[in-house]
Design a protein around this ligand. Structure first.
Ligand SMILES: Nc1nc2c(ncn2[C@@H]2O[C@H](COP(=O)(O)OP(=O)(O)OP(=O)(O)O)[C@@H](O)[C@H]2O)c(=O)[nH]1
Ligand SMILES: [Mg+2]
Length: 357
């Protein structure tokens, strides 16, 4: 039986209680009432039939941490028809609408200007690189780079939040990240940023420089070029937002600048002849085509995709989480997040030792 929801207090939320060492914090419950405003937004997950358990785990966590109060719909996509068994695993996970969509063949196959033979040779040559041998991974990265937000099930939505099977959400969210994006005119948001394996993208930056020369009018003023380049654009430092989590404005990605960039990359062939990931593609696009103040770091969204965590250390945020802030990759030297925050003129990461020691 459900307990009656507590009466809403008009008082400002009290700061969480702590012991003398600042370590014991009280978990605050999510607000009991459904919100009065929502964005036009959906969760999106690309998944195989064989990943049903990982998919239901991710959705269940999204529901528990956030969406049971908000009821944003889900769009679940696959390059193969979903089995009934898969759908039956997923449906009970949320009361919100769930659409199961099939990826159109033309978005998951070789375009006419690509040679499948040359692509196969590239895979053989890249056998030692992470997923370098994989054909399906390349179709997936190209799809995530240029097409999923154009799927007919996604077209009604302005914003999307990407999820993947087996990811973990470890903090209660008592605010709506979609509305945050909308109300603050943000177009791209991340939780983790890292360097990329250069072996997967040897020519990506040269192709991007061609794009910049050809379409200078599409580059944003006050962009984040310095996030992705240490030398004013001569080379790519490989910093990218880890796109297995992202919340973004799909209208931006359907718009002229992003479409032109994707088309330019697609023609160059690096999705197949190299192994360009959607993470560097989305990130370079965001860095060049958006002003930096339209890119946002959601520090309060505790997140895990193997092997990395985002986990906030601020006591008032930790109070809503079960993750270990000392395992936050964004505080590691290898992460690019502090670089982003500095460029964006925002406060840097809070480290656990500053809070707890
Ligand atoms: N339908 C379908 N989905 C795929 C395929 N390959 C990957 N995906 C999905 O695309 C997303 C990214 O694939 P992952 O295999 O997680 O790639 P990754 O995050 O770079 O690698 P991991 O470290 O293995 O997670 C996930 O949502 C997968 O479920 C595929 O061949 N078919
Ligand atoms: Mg993954």
């Amino acid at each position: 039986m459900n307990a009656a929801p507590p009466k809403e207090s008009k008082k400002k939320a009290a700061t969480p209680k702590r012991d003398q060492k600042n370590t014991i914090l009280i978990q605050k419950p999510l607000p009991p009432k459904p919100p009065t405003r929502r964005a036009n937004a959906a969760f999106v997950m690309l998944v195989r039939n064989s990943d049903g358990q990982g998919a239901r785990s991710a959705i269940r966590q999204i529901e528990d941490r956030f969406n049971r109060n908000f009821q944003y719909p889900y769009v679940i996509l696959n390059d193969m028809p979903f089995t009934e068994e898969f759908k039956e695993l997923i449906r009970p996970m949320s009361k919100a609408d769930i659409t199961f969509g099939l990826v159109p063949r033309e978005h998951w196959s070789y375009p006419e200007w690509i040679s499948p033979t040359k692509a196969k040779e590239a895979r053989t040559a890249m056998a030692d690189v992470l997923y370098g041998w994989s054909e399906s991974y390349r179709h997936m990265c190209r799809y995530q780079s240029g097409f999923f937000f154009q799927h007919e099930a996604m077209l009604p939505f302005d914003y999307y939040w990407r999820i993947e099977p087996d990811v973990e959400y470890s903090c209660d969210l008592d605010f709506d990240p979609f509305l945050y994006m909308q109300d603050n005119n943000k177009k791209y948001a991340f939780t983790v940023s890292l360097p990329e394996y250069m072996a997967t993208i040897p020519s990506l930056w040269n192709v991007t420089k061609d794009f910049m020369d050809k379409y200078p009018h599409l580059l944003a003023e006050n962009n984040a070029l310095d996030f992705i380049s240490d030398d004013g654009g001569k080379t790519y430092n490989t910093c990218h937002f880890w796109s297995n989590f992202e919340i973004a404005d799909a209208r931006w990605m359907r718009g002229e600048a992003y479409q032109q960039y994707f088309e330019h990359l697609d023609q160059a062939g690096g999705f197949f002849y190299e192994r360009w990931g959607d993470a560097p593609v989305h990130s370079i696009a965001a860095a060049l085509l958006l002003p930096i103040d339209q890119i946002h770091f959601f520090k309060e969204i505790g997140y895990f995709h193997a092997p990395f965590y985002n986990c906030p250390a601020e006591p008032e945020l930790q109070a809503k989480c079960h993750c270990d802030p000392s395992r936050n990759v964004n505080r590691e030297r290898m992460s690019c997040t502090n670089r982003f925050l500095e460029l964006a003129g925002e406060k840097g990461m809070v480290f656990p030792e500053e809070v707890f020691d």
